[in-house]
Design a protein. Structure first.
Length: 153
């Protein structure tokens, strides 16, 4: 199944997403990088690091959620108007397999964009010795925020 083709509200949506991503301390802590920014779809990648693991050496579930939340958030943000910022208002994560591997890819995809509320889904893939495995899924609801002090678009 291919996601629907979305038209971004602003032509410079890639620069907006990249600029916001660069301001996220959490993504820097994760060592994450943007691999793809498309209208309604964002891919964030990061590599295994001991500081990101839980007691068994897998990427900690909280950090899996963090990567998926950002991938979904930026997928939604890619379609929002120039005066809007994005905030997550709800998410649910399903941990399907241990996040075990050398590399990880979080893919956020818009399911239903809206003027105020956008619904996305996320998939986290663990790449272990060249084999890719779906490790987690996320359902995420976002809000477009405008006119709020301290919220930057």
């Amino acid at each position: 199944m291919h996601p629907p083709a979305f038209v971004p509200a602003v032509p410079e949506f890639v620069e907006r997403v990249r600029g916001s991503f660069a301001r996220q301390g959490a993504m820097a802590t994760l060592g994450a990088r943007l691999e793809a920014v498309e209208p309604g779809r964002v891919v964030i990648a990061f590599d295994w690091a001991e500081a990101l693991t839980q007691q068994h050496g897998f990427i900690h579930a909280g950090l899996v959620a963090t990567a998926l939340d950002s991938a979904c958030g930026y997928a939604g943000f890619s379609l929002m108007p120039a005066d809007a910022a994005v905030l997550t208002i709800e998410f649910k994560i399903n941990l399907l397999a241990p996040a075990k591997g050398q590399h990880f890819r979080a893919v956020g995809t818009v399911i239903k964009p809206g003027r105020t509320i956008t619904v996305c889904e996320g998939h986290l893939y663990a790449i272990d010795h060249g084999r890719e495995k779906l490790a987690a899924t996320m359902g995420c609801t976002l809000m477009a925020v405008t006119g709020r002090d301290g919220i930057q678009s």
